[in-house]
Design a protein around this ligand. Sequence first.
Ligand code: NDP
Length: 283
Amino acid sequence: KALCAAGIIVGLLAFFWRDTFNPDSISGARVLLTGASAGIGEQMAYHYSRFGAEIVLTARRGTLLQKVMEKCLQLGAKKVFYIQADMSSPQAPEKVVQFALQKLGGLDHLVLNHIGGTPFRMWDGDVEHTRWLMQVNFLSYVALASAALPILAESKGSLIVVSSLTGKISTPFTTSYSATKFALDGFFSSLRHELTMQKQDVCITLCILGLIDTEMALEKTRDKVYMSAYPAAEAALAIIKGGATRAREVFYPWWLELLCHLRDWFPDQRDVVIQSFYNYTSA
Ligand code: NDP
């Protein structure tokens, strides 16, 4: 009986987690991708290219964007453009969306992925940094989404928001960053309700990532955390698949979903376990 029950559970899990992604759904899709010059964003640009998408890349560093664009064309992207923009400027989101619209003639996927630099250490009272980070990591996402929503509504498109485990379960050394990621969940989950109530067929996919082996993340967390990082290319693919299959949330690695479900069961014990993964003395 126990074996039979285990078989049923495994079968159900396999059914719910089965891969329904169809690469053809991305071929020719018009994609605006932020934070595309490095890290997970760069890897997403390459995956979208292999699937034959039309892409607008954005970040601040033009030389890197130019290199990513060239590689995207080699990999099979139908069209690629880039625009330099600093998302700490309140004017940047509108400018970037208008550029994408002009170059691609519409939009099927808006992928919000960029983040501003932030120290990985104990809170030091720098409120001005938190204000700036809110602009880059949160308010610019809201502004980009707002500018693109009417276009996504026309195409029945996808709005893909890249967040973090620390936007679901708070962790040490990430005060301001964690706040911006929790804010994304609050805003975009509320917006998801409203789009459904208005019968607007725009899907919002929130992506919850664990530690990923990007240069920036590895450099910041070195000697400060006791956990291994997962590959950026795999994280990028998980995000793209989630957006294309119109998933509500994506968890990478997959077991973060279980952690999030268990989050509030034993809060005191949870916090003790979390703190044991961080090195207080070197932060
Ligand atoms: P990176 O630091 O590697 O890349 C960040 C990207 O954002 C770069 O392309 C950078 O380009 C761009 N960027 C930085 N500042 C600005 C700005 N002011 N305006 C516009 N663009 C900017 O980040 P990751 O690839 O590691 O992270 C990508 C996403 O994944 C983020 O949303 C992050 O929160 C999430 N994530 C990452 C994890 C990890 O461990 N790596 C863990 C959990 C979530 P440029 O400097 O040229 O502007």
